[in-house]
Design a binder for this molecule. Structure first.
Ligand code: HEM
Ligand SMILES: *[C@@H]1O[C@H](CO)[C@@H](O)[C@H](O)[C@H]1NC(C)=O
Ligand SMILES: *[C@@H]1O[C@H](CO)[C@@H](O)[C@H](O)[C@H]1NC(C)=O
Ligand SMILES: *[C@@H]1O[C@H](CO)[C@@H](O)[C@H](O)[C@H]1NC(C)=O
Ligand SMILES: *[C@@H]1O[C@H](CO)[C@@H](O)[C@H](O)[C@H]1NC(C)=O
Ligand SMILES: *[C@@H]1O[C@H](CO)[C@@H](O)[C@H](O)[C@H]1NC(C)=O
Ligand SMILES: *[C@@H]1O[C@H](CO)[C@@H](O)[C@H](O)[C@H]1NC(C)=O
Length: 326
């Protein structure tokens, strides 16, 4: 991209203002229009095909984008495999035996390498796959600005620092603020937990001996508590069993997450905490009542998240294989 050449020349910049958004090295909505015109078609078809095989994969693809963007920015670093000389993020605690969807990204990447070789970054593929996954699950559609470049490094330390369901809401809010997001984005993006699954160990502390007081979490609905206690008995071998994040409309991207919270039926402690904090509770209540408000805000927050720490212009590279740097 020429943009990097002009980047530091204000003289050039002022003359080129009208020519092309590329000049500014910013993401833009037409980035691949001439170089890979069927990009959206290829991504949509492959995400649709993966969802037809297994509906949960939609949720997994959305989470993949979140974990990419929160570590080193949306630069595809989450996709890099460990090698003897390189430490990736896949084995960080929040990701190991948990993050999914890598094969779908690989499939899309190989299709795109055939259609438009060395053109579309893995970071953009993950971003588009997340959008398609939400859209095809009944959620909102939003235009995705493109032109992200792929990173050449990863940061396992930072991946270990991803928001945890066990930490206080204030810590989670602080982590979002560090990424340029705000407290409303925490409440809005958490709505992603309207589909997908969580392993028992991520919420089991709420079921039997909450806060070491020998009782369950008082903020957990009693009938959901019974269901979860059966699914996740109080012994280690239940740790990896799966519970739906939204037991009512499990695979559908809707506002049921917030309606569940209002009923004390949030699965993770960090989910239910959004209703327990008066700074986020009013948004939760509004989303529980007005589905379109949630869907609209979610789209806006997703675009915001998709801009975190992006590489553009001549920064980074366009990987040929999403699992390894070129
Ligand atoms: C606010 C802080 C957040 C915390 C503490 C959190 C925590 C978690 C945990 C513990 C799981 C279950 C993982 C497992 O059991 O293997 C999970 C799943 C999931 N998370 Fe989050 N999450 C947060 C925010 C987000 C955001 C911002 C998104 C996307 C916009 C997201 C999307 C998802 C999805 C879709 C799943 C289900 C994945 C699947 O079924 O494969 N989460 N999250
Ligand atoms: C775009 O790609 C999809 C999926 O591979 C394919 O079904 C469709 O025919 C393609 N469209 C064009 C115009 O090439
Ligand atoms: C279909 O989904 C299963 C998990 O349910 C997965 O193991 C398998 O790889 C998927 N197959 C394809 C072709 O995506
Ligand atoms: C990785 O992230 C940590 C925590 O955010 C930061 O302190 C560290 O400098 C980063 N390491 C590299 C190599 O960028
Ligand atoms: C929430 O609880 C109320 C009263 O128990 C019930 O009418 C409603 O259907 C529940 N909503 C959801 C989403 O389960
Ligand atoms: C919100 O809660 C905090 C702490 O629980 C309390 O100090 C504050 O007065 C409350 N604010 C409002 C507007 O209710
Ligand atoms: C929720 O809706 C009420 C009534 O429409 C409005 O006054 C309030 O500002 C909204 N709260 C948030 C956080 O959006």
């Amino acid at each position: 991209m020429e943009c990097a050449i002009y980047k530091h020349s204000s003289l050039f910049l002022c003359c080129l203002v009208l020519l092309s958004p590329l000049v500014f090295c910013q993401l833009n909505y037409m980035f691949y229009d001439s170089t890979c015109p069927n990009l959206t078609g290829v991504v949509r078809y492959n995400v649709w095909s993966a969802i037809s095989n297994e509906s949960r994969i939609a949720a997994s693809l959305l989470r993949l984008h979140f974990h990419d963007c929160f570590v080193n920015g949306c630069d595809g670093s989450v996709l890099l495999d460990d090698t003897s000389t390189f430490t990736g993020e896949k084995n960080a605690l929040p990701n190991k035996n948990s993050l999914r969807g890598f094969e779908v990204i690989d499939t899309i990447k190989s299709a795109l390498e055939k259609a438009c070789p060395s053109t579309v970054s893995c970071a953009d593929i993950v971003t588009l796959a997340a959008r398609e996954a939400v859209y095809l699950s009944g959620g909102p559609f939003w235009p995705v600005p493109l032109g992200r470049r792929d990173g050449t490094t990863a940061n396992k330390t930072e991946a270990n620092n991803l928001p945890s369901p066990f930490e206080p809401l204030q810590n989670i809010i602080d982590k979002f603020i560090t990424k340029g997001l705000d407290i409303n984005d925490v409440a809005t993006l958490s709505g992603a937990h309207t589909f997908g699954f969580a392993q028992c160990f991520t919420f089991k502390s709420r079921l039997f001996n909450f806060g070491s007081k020998g009782k369950s979490d008082p903020a957990l609905d009693s009938s959901l508590l019974q269901t979860l206690q059966k699914l996740c008995p109080d012994q280690d071998d239940s740790d990896t069993k799966l519970a739906p994040l939204d037991p009512v409309t499990t695979n559908r991207f809707d506002n049921m997450y917030y309606r569940n919270l209002v009923n004390n039926s949030g699965l993770l402690q960090s989910d239910q905490a959004l209703l327990g904090d008066n700074r986020t509770a009013s948004l939760v209540l509004n989303y529980s009542k007005y589905p379109f408000l949630f869907l609209r805000d979610f789209a806006v927050s997703m675009e915001k998240m998709g801009r975190i720490g992006v590489l553009t212009g001549q920064e980074g590279e366009v990987r040929k294989n999403c699992r390894v740097v070129n």
